[in-house]
Design a protein around this ligand. Structure first.
Ligand SMILES: [Zn+2]
Length: 80
């Protein structure tokens, strides 16, 4: 089976707010995404992170709709 059980998202706090950070293993990464930090692609089959706001003024569904896919390195070294 290719089933991979993802760990639950972890809560991270920075000066901009609280974020839920979900690790996406390579086997579960099916599409190409654009990283919001470096604007470079995250190709399919690349382990990466999905990040969304933990408490969003517009509600949880809106926060999930606005989730972004990040290179792991870019999330750790983000400037925005
Ligand atoms: Zn990046």
């Amino acid at each position: 089976s290719d089933l991979v059980l993802d760990p639950a998202p972890r809560l991270e706090r920075d000066r901009y707010g609280d974020w839920l950070v979900q690790y996406i293993p390579a086997v579960n990464a099916q599409k190409t995404y654009t990283c919001p930090e470096c604007y470079r692609p995250i190709p399919p089959r690349t382990a990466h992170l999905v990040v969304w706001q933990e408490s969003h003024t517009m509600g949880r569904n809106r926060a999930i709709d606005e989730r972004r896919h990040w290179h792991q390195h870019c999330w750790l070294t983000r400037r925005k």
